[in-house]
Design a protein around this ligand. Structure first.
Ligand code: HEC
Length: 498
């Protein structure tokens, strides 16, 4: 099964050397206060995915409605056709507004936040999938052009031209989903690519198909829900017309029922450790999975069963409620997708803190922030050691932790003795296997410990001066050796409790 390759132990030594470009030097750092950086990507990402999937699904839905109108299926006097066409013409400006304007804004926002949070990850994605990004952009261009032409000339051109433009729009928008899906799923399950470095091995990776099918189904559900809402917002439709139109959307709701199956398929192909985070290993991840499953189950039951077998129609507030559920499901789903990759941004290739696994051993010798040129924000800290500690935190921990906000490290270490801090951080990947191994010198770890203790003491103006205690350094060095440089999931996979 594909997951064997994806979940197997990393051959980190072989992977590191190709990443020189991505990890050379220090990139500018940003500080987002109490938010953790991962949340930032998540926040923008959820909005973007929601809108983008809505746009993709709407392309398919509109194409279907146009085809139906052309064949005037089962309707001798053509009112069905007229209804479909009227809806289409009314819905399209809404689609264009939401997907072009909001989609483009959040899309650029994704790049912006992703580059702030982990430029090396983006660098690697760009390098490995250069032409696929270019192709994705071409499809987006096609989508915009076809969409604009339809928008501008829809009332003037022949039905066959309308159909052709909508087909172009639908195919182009789905193709951009297809392409981006390959790149995003590669992050969690790079599969054969780890050995071959072949672009198609990375693209058609073990989780490619389940996530493509899942996203396509989600896009249809979203489109059908949004269309239902728009039907209610368009004043020209009476009760009967609204009902008739909702029946037209039903085929796009039905596949919602398949979502649990596709979800299981996805669970089956992701690495064993990621699966274990979801199934109880990480409380937050399990909770988000629960939200996603619950919301989509309710949605599926309501939308598919209700619509198909009871002929139930939704009023405006039910539709809004269902859309909110869909948003919750998408949001939780994206959090899960981002979260289960921990401790990696690209599995076995780059840790969440943009350190390559193969670099850990070297950084333990030379230090993780030795040549970090960027100053800390705010007033200078009382000692050089504290400054060092704060920089180590920024470089290695900040992407997942804040100081005293979200996942705040002060809170997490609040009751620990200095010795416990030293040991648990030295053995970071064993403390929690979804954290990367500590990648710095014993001095850096001691500095981080001092900085945490200083923060806990409410930042006094004076703090311990002079070199670190040799005894502490020796103890840390021994713990670092004991923990090794491999990711924690290796221990969990081989011999750890299942
Ligand atoms: C990939 C993301 C990630 C990185 C990088 C990371 N952590 Fe964590 N860490 C977490 C998560 C998630 C938790 C779990 C929090 C919880 O249990 O609520 C955690 C928990 C902890 C805990 C509590 C452990 C326990 O057993 O209760 C400490 C302490 C900690 N991290 C310190 C650090 C330090 C120090 C660094 C940097 C050297 C770091 N972390 C880097 C994600 C990360």
């Amino acid at each position: 099964m594909g997951c064997a390759a994806a979940g197997g132990s990393p051959t980190s030594a072989a992977l590191g050397e190709t990443l020189q470009v991505a990890t050379d030097g220090h990139l500018p750092v940003s500080d987002f206060g109490p938010a953790i950086h991962g949340m930032l990507i998540g926040g923008v990402g959820i909005l973007h995915v929601f809108v983008a999937q809505f746009a993709v699904g709407s392309g398919a839905l509109l194409l279907y409605l146009q085809a139906r109108a052309d064949s005037a299926h089962g309707d001798a006097n053509g009112t069905d056709a007229a209804l479909c066409r009227r809806f289409l013409d009314g819905f399209f400006p809404f689609l264009v507004l939401v997907s072009f304007v909001f989609g483009a804004l959040t899309g650029v926002g994704m790049w912006l936040t992703a580059i702030q949070v982990s430029a090396p990850t983006i660098g690697l994605m760009v390098r490995e999938f250069h032409w696929l990004w270019a192709a994705e952009w071409c499809f987006f261009l096609l989508e915009v052009v076809a969409g604009y032409l339809f928008y501008r000339f829809r009332r003037r051109v022949s039905p066959s031209t309308r159909l052709a433009l909508l087909a172009l729009y639908a195919v182009a928008s789905w193709m951009s989903l297809f392409l981006i899906n390959g790149i995003l799923s590669w992050q969690l399950t790079p599969g054969e690519w780890l050995q071959s470095r072949a672009v198609w091995d990375g693209f058609f990776n073990p989780s490619f198909w389940p996530s493509l099918v899942y996203r396509t189904l989600v896009s249809w559900t979203l489109a059908a829900l949004a269309a239902t809402l728009v039907v209610h917002l368009m004043p020209e439709f009476d009760r009967e017309a609204r009902r008739a139109l909702q029946n037209r959307f039903a085929p796009f709701f039905a596949p919602t029922l398949l979502m649990p199956l596709v979800g299981l398929w996805y669970l089956a192909v992701i690495p064993a450790d990621s699966r274990s985070w979801l199934l109880g290993g990480s409380i937050a991840m399990t909770m988000f999975l629960g939200i996603a499953v619950a919301a989509s189950t309710v949605l599926g039951l309501f939308a598919a069963v209700g619509r198909l077998w009871q002929g139930l129609t939704f009023d405006r507030s039910t539709t809004l409620l269902l859309l909110a559920l869909a948003f919750a499901a998408t949001g939780a789903g994206e959090f899960v997708r981002e979260g289960v990759r921990k401790p990696f941004t690209v599995r076995n290739v780059l840790y969440s803190n943009a350190i390559a696994p193969a670099e850990v051993a070297r950084l333990r010798e030379v230090g993780s922030v030795t040549d970090d040129p960027y100053p800390l924000r705010g007033a200078p800290l009382p000692t050089d050691e504290l400054t060092l500690g704060a920089k180590v935190f920024r470089a290695q921990c900040r992407v997942c932790h804040s100081i005293d906000g979200a996942n705040g490290v002060l809170h997490l270490t609040g009751t620990w003795t200095p010795g416990q801090i030293r040991m648990n951080v030295a053995k970071l990947q064993r403390t929690k296997p979804f954290m990367p191994p500590f990648a710095g010198t014993p001095q850096e770890l001691e500095a981080l410990t001092q900085w945490l203790l200083w923060l806990r003491s409410e930042r006094p103006a004076r703090w311990r001066e002079g070199p670190p205690e040799p005894g502490n350094l020796a103890e840390i060095a021994a713990w670092l050796t004991e923990a090794g440089t491999e990711p924690g999931s290796v221990h969990a996979e081989h011999g750890g409790p299942r």
